[in-house]
Write a protein that binds this ligand. Sequence first.
Ligand code: MN
Length: 195
Amino acid sequence: MAKRLQEYQKKRDFRTTPEPAGEAGAGRGDAALKFVVQKHAASRLHYDFRLEVDGVLKSWAVPKGPSVNPADKRLAVMTEDHPLEYADFEGSIPEDEYGGGTVIVWDRGTYRPQKADGSEAPMAFSQALEEGHAEFFLEGEKLQGGFVLVNARLGGQAKNWLLIKLKDDYAHPDAALTASRPESVISGRTIEDLS
Ligand code: MN
């Protein structure tokens, strides 16, 4: 299982960065699946969107952050799997390290896979991701309701997905949560407070 985090571990010097070295888990049985969105002021500000799948956090970098407006299709670039304990990480990565800059936990909670009609998903979520179309329902502090990740292969690149809010009672065409709620759900502090 450790191999699944090889890329994550290879990119980082854990003597220098405060990020967790981590180990891939084996899945957590019936425990609710975690999701986290971390706001990351690296050389380019972005939001890291992570879903717990089979003992690791599948991860996408979303330059504009998630939107609750179904009309917004947000580019989500798949990045390396992260360890589960990364979901609690907030802090400053040294500037000369990979991803140097401040990280806050912008939102977190649980999710469940769902089908297009909103019912429980019939296939394993990992398989839905492999097939490039995975719908899920978030229960976070800021984000709620159905979302979909679609592997749109923008520019011919397999890593380029889209993150889109599904139309449901939790969709808000006028809301921009990244602007109105910039703070950490752990500390209440913003990136600016910490930088
Ligand atoms: Mn990042």
